[in-house]
Design a protein around this ligand. Structure first.
Ligand code: HEM
Length: 380
């Protein structure tokens, strides 16, 4: 059940790093791990800690800007940057929260939200699929769980995208200074925003204030789902024949969601890991203290794991996808995200034929996240 290679040149974002043995990246000051088996081994090895960009920011600002504490504090609150006791305390809280979201959003509730989201869209028009669909569904789901107005979730996401630009080695001091007031504004907004009923229980810990926990949920959780939906809509819009098949055989949608996550999963690269002991992966020895980056977009095109990797195959069998990470930081919302994607995309193809527009889509300028900022789609 091959649905063809990615369509035209504008779809094919060149993979910066083809799958192969680990390679040193001077720009990242890290080794890049690109083969599926190597990435899986890296993620499951407890000898690798998650790097925390807050450490670098503290070193950078300690002498000149000792008050620059909001930015580092906010980053400390991101579960994906945590290790040891802090992460062990935070993960069960997030697990309970995600269970709460799942019970707030059974399939019928997601169906109703999707129907409401698609209702104002009309055949014969062009929509920005990011704003109208891909952002709208996950923003509303997150807003309900956190008891926030949807507009605040959208504002917090925008601030999160700005703050994410500093998740890199050796950020300049002026960037940290520029982002400190943004981080302060995030915390103030979360502390002061009016809350609606139905907010799910969520607590902070001794190390992580509640507002920082909420910010993580918005940036990591909503951002990934919205980006995954946008990327999948783009893949669909370029394949009219695939839309016909999914319309006729809804049972194939789960296979499409997997392939969309493989070919266009939002996390192109994961946050670096730091070896806490000497380790060997893929024939390369990593000494203690070495930074290693899992490049998911390369591993998902590893022909040893996924033969003929550029073709979209609805019945593809293969090793587990890495789109949701793995090991101690493995995504807690994978099941919910898959359900959200499958329902939204199914109802979308049932209601409309989708086609790309001549006016260009705009991709987010990020090396780590694969996402659209704007995705004009013609509906008929
Ligand atoms: C298609 C959508 C999604 C994708 C591709 C995705 C991907 C990921 C990835 C790759 C990680 C691990 C990052 C790392 O190891 O550096 C992660 C972590 C996480 N995800 Fe997701 N995610 C998605 C949706 C969701 C949803 C809907 C939820 C909850 C409702 C969620 C909750 C979490 C949490 C709580 C973590 C942190 C785990 C930890 O650090 O212990 N995700 N996600």
């Amino acid at each position: 059940m091959t649905e063809g290679t990615p369509g035209d040149a504008s779809e094919r974002r060149p993979i910066p790093q083809p799958p192969g043995p680990p390679v040193w990246s001077p720009a990242d000051q890290a080794w890049l791990v690109t083969r599926h088996a190597d990435v899986a081994a890296l993620l499951r090895d407890p000898a690798f800690d998650a790097a925390n960009p807050a450490d670098g920011i503290r070193r950078l600002t300690a002498r000149t800007d000792p008050e620059a504490r909001h930015l580092a504090g906010l980053l400390d609150g991101m579960a994906i940057f945590q290790n040891g006791a802090t992460h062990a305390a935070v993960r069960p809280i997030l697990k309970d929260y995600v269970a709460g979201v799942a019970s707030q959003w059974p399939a019928v509730a997601i169906e109703a939200l999707v129907a409401e989201t698609l209702a104002p869209l009309a055949a014969g028009t062009t929509v920005d699929a990011v704003a109208a669909i891909a952002d709208a569904v996950p923003n509303t789901m997150a807003a309900r769980g956190l008891g926030l107005p949807v507009a605040d979730v959208a504002r917090l996401r925008a601030m999160g995208q700005e703050i994410a630009t500093i998740w890199r080695p050796l950020p300049p001091l002026r960037e940290a200074r520029r982002l400190e007031p943004v981080a302060a504004a995030v915390r103030a907004l979360l502390a002061e925003a009016p809350r609606t009923d139905g907010r799910l229980p969520l607590a902070g810990t001794d190390a992580v204030p509640l507002a920082d926990m909420e910010f993580f949920i918005i940036t990591a959780v909503v951002e990934t789902t919205a980006s995954a939906l946008g990327n999948a809509i783009d893949l669909l819009a370029r394949r009219p024949h695939l839309q016909d098949r999914l319309r006729a055989e809804p049972g194939l949608m789960a296979g499409f969601v997997e392939e969309a996550l493989r070919l266009a999963g939002p996390a192109a690269r994961l946050n670096p890991r730091i070896a806490t002991a000497r380790r060997e992966i893929g024939g390369q020895v990593f000494e203690t203290g070495t930074a290693v980056v899992a490049v998911l977009e390369s591993a998902h095109r590893d022909p040893l794991a996924f033969p003929d990797p550029e073709t979209l195959q609805l019945d593809r069998r293969g090793p587990p996808l890495l789109a949701f990470g793995g090991g101690v930081h493995a995504c807690l919302g994978a099941r919910l995200a898959r359900a959200e994607m499958a329902i939204t995309l199914q109802r979308l193809v049932e209601r409309f034929r989708l086609a790309p527009r001549a006016e260009p889509a705009r991709r987010r300028a990020s090396r780590d996240m694969l996402a659209f900022e704007r995705l004009p789609i013609a509906l008929s």
